[in-house]
Design a protein. Structure first.
Length: 215
């Protein structure tokens, strides 16, 4: 059983790296942000509750975030383990999480704030299948169209200049202390998130003592 948490500033590649790790090692990738986005896209009651908060770049309330994370983990579909992405995001959520789960490691994707803006503002997402593009590194073959499914490429509602300022502030105010807490428990593997996708994945494998990555 392998249980990991992945933490990093917006645009640091958490979802890309967590997905690769999960697919390859048969782990379940649990993204709290994706769950909230699904709720918004599908116009659920919860979606209505969180939409404006998310679009502004603020954190959803702890009670709700904790419930979403706990309910998802309680599905117990993770026979070989999980990678949790986007949780815990503050000290209270970290305590809540550690009360129920012991973890094997925390992957900290380390990236300077100066790189965040460039990346996040260039990010596009397929509205249909969710694949991620970046107008700097991984451009779609046809502008605005998904290479995989032909769906429309859109910008995340919180990938704006204004929301990004708030997201970064929230991250440093609230999530930096989570990293301090995990660091004291000696869980944290610091990974240089400015390298290529493949190099980052390999460094994660090396630092966590996992089988090598074969792209
Ligand atoms: P980011 O790229 O900023 O790390 P995510 O996709 O992980 O984005 O999360 C998007 C948004 O979802 C956050 O800005 C926040 O509003 C909400 N969210 C996700 N996880 C949590 C959480 N653990 N606690 C509170 N809000 C959360």
């Amino acid at each position: 059983m392998r249980k990991y948490v992945i933490i990093g500033v917006p645009g640091s590649g958490k979802s890309t790296q967590a997905t690769t790790l999960a697919v390859d090692l048969d782990l379940v990738h649990i993204s709290v942000g994706d769950i909230f986005r699904w709720q918004v896209q599908n116009h659920t009651k919860m979606g209505a509750q969180v939409r404006r908060i998310m679009a502004a770049g603020e954190l959803v309330g702890d009670d709700l975030a904790e419930k979403v994370a706990a309910d998802r983990l309680a599905e117990h579909d993770w026979n070989y383990g999980f990678v949790v992405d986007g949780f815990p995001r503050n000290a209270r959520q970290a305590e809540f999480f550690l009360e129920s789960y012991d973890i094997d490691g925390v992957i900290h994707l380390d990236m300077p704030d100066s790189e965040v803006r460039r990346r996040v503002l260039a990010r596009r997402l397929c509205a249909n299948c969710g694949v991620d593009y970046n107008l700097i590194q991984s451009r779609p073959a046809t502008e605005g169209v998904c290479d995989v499914c032909g769906g429309n490429l859109i910008t995340r509602e919180d990938d704006t200049e204004e929301a990004l300022v708030v997201r970064l502030r929230e991250y440093h105010d609230k999530t930096d202390p989570v990293l301090d807490l995990f660091r004291r428990k000696e869980y944290v593997a610091v990974i240089d998130a400015t390298a290529s996708k493949e190099e980052i994945q390999q460094e994660i494998r090396d630092k966590l003592g996992l089988p090598p990555y074969k792209p």
